[in-house]
Design a protein around this ligand. Structure first.
Ligand code: AMP
Ligand code: GLY
Length: 423
């Protein structure tokens, strides 16, 4: 069959690598892709928000399955446009992707269906938000309602800081129209765990858990980023936690979406905080996480095409989802200055060192080809993943492999997987 992946980051490279393993796939396209994806798929210069062009291309090539990676096109309704053109698509439609697209929606959904989450209020008027802050306890969390590249969350320690935050989100529109509305919520303390799942509208199957490192600097300092590295599974996602989530969060979310007439098919990513009062949902994403996909998918034992098709057809209950009994660690190699300001266009050397090494992966996030050479082309440049029997071994291998590649302004965190030592 012919498959088209929409997107061009590390997540899509990890998806493409999994898809490529399926004996069912005869031809793989990726739009727009990147230099790494280009080694295993044909990259097509169509942007992820060019829905009509994407549909036209997929029809012309008689694509059998389209897989949508990123949040923006999902929330914008790419699945609806592709489906209307008669294509088979993996990913939630616009009505369901609102689970990620609006924090106010997801908070109201959790409240209505008793899914554990932080206490909150929603505001459309900055003056009312500021009034509310006067009596709120600190720290407090401000969230722009819409998509903001994973950066629309501000944790404020004082009333003054929180007022500044409201001003920058709602009045200065730091995150654009994502800040037309905002959620102010209770600050939760605990350990964070990400859980990815496949969903077919009614059945949910959990993948392996992971822990992300969102801050730019060592020791969780600096600005929030899309993710600087992660590990999987999380030793803190114990059987007990999993059972609690199975009872109170996972199936409840799928059922809630169905009851609302927003049947969800695709990947739900649960961002959880393990608090003293039990696990609570920090956020939902309507897609694979990036870099979560880079530590979870390399261990998937099923043919990923079977899983995607079962989600679309509503037959996920028939799939026995299996992951290798191994751990994985991914360290992101970024351009120095990310997430604020960074340079691009530097040649990357040493990529060939990953060839033929089973337990090592070098996923491309922001790369491009320039005069036939692979160059840096984004804030996050590469995701170096290693698999091993234990988390500690996987971490040692990942930090060994980050030295195999080089480029000017190469930047990474040195403490990915630090929490492993506390487990
Ligand atoms: P989100 O995009 O909602 O996942 O938020 C980004 C990050 O902000 C999360 O990964 C947490 O580290 C932090 N965060 C979000 N909500 C809260 C909360 N209610 N309490 C504490 N930290 C939070
Ligand atoms: N790594 C977090 C995300 O993909 O949203």
């Amino acid at each position: 069959m012919k498959v088209l992946i929409v997107g061009g980051g590390g997540r899509e490279h990890a998806i493409a690598t999994a898809v490529k393993k399926s004996p069912k796939v005869s031809k793989l396209y990726c739009a727009p892709g990147n230099a790494g994806i280009g080694q295993i798929a044909e990259c097509v210069p169509i942007g992820v928000m060019e829905f009509d062009k994407m549909a036209e291309f997929a029809k012309e090539k008689a694509i059998d399955l389209v897989i949508v990676g990123p949040d923006d096109p999902l929330v914008g309704g790419i699945v609806d446009v592709l489906k209307a053109a008669g294509l088979k698509v993996f990913g939630p439609d616009k009505k369901a992707a609102i689970l990620e697209g609006s924090k106010a929606f997801s908070k109201d959904l959790m409240k209505k269906y008793n899914i554990p989450s932080a206490e909150y209020e929603t505001f459309e008027d900055p003056d009312k938000a500021i009034e509310y802050l006067k009596t709120a306890s600190m720290p407090i969390v401000l969230k722009a309602d819409g998509l903001a590249l994973g950066k629309g969350v501000l944790i404020c320690n004082t009333y003054e800081e929180a007022c500044e935050g409201v001003k920058s989100i709602m009045m200065d529109k730091q995150f654009g129209s994502a800040g037309n509305k905002m959620v102010i919520e209770e600050f939760l303390e605990g350990r964070e765990v990400s859980v990815l799942s496949f969903v077919d509208g009614k059945t949910i199957k959990i993948m392996s858990s992971a822990q992300d490192h969102k801050r730019a600097g060592d020791g969780d300092t600096g600005l929030n980023t899309g993710g600087m590295g992660n590990f999987s599974p999380s030793p803190f996602f114990t059987k007990e936690v999993e059972e609690f989530c199975n009872r109170n969060i996972f199936q409840a979310t799928v059922d809630a979406m169905k009851s609302e007439g927003r049947e969800f098919k695709g990947v739900i990513f649960f961002g959880l905080m393990l608090t003293a009062k039990g696990p609570k949902v920090l956020e939902f994403n309507a897609r694979f996480g990036d870099p979560e996909a880079q530590v979870v998918l390399p261990r998937l034992e099923n043919d990923i095409i079977d899983v995607f098709e079962a989600c679309i057809d509503g037959t996920l209950d028939k799939i026995d989802l299996k992951f290798e009994d191994k751990a994985a660690v991914c360290v992101i190699l970024a351009s120095d200055g990310y997430p604020v300001k960074y340079e691009k266009g530097y040649p990357i050397t040493g990529l060939e060192n990953f060839e033929g090494k089973d337990d090592y992966f070098c996923f491309h996030s922001g790369t491009a080809l320039k005069d036939d050479k692979v160059v840096t082309n984004g804030g996050r440049v590469l995701g170096v993943t290693a698999k091993a029997a234990t988390l500690k071994e996987a971490r040692a291998k990942a930090y060994e492999a980050v030295e195999w590649v080089d480029f000017d302004n190469k930047y990474m965190r040195h403490d990915i997987g630090r929490a492993i030592d506390e487990a």
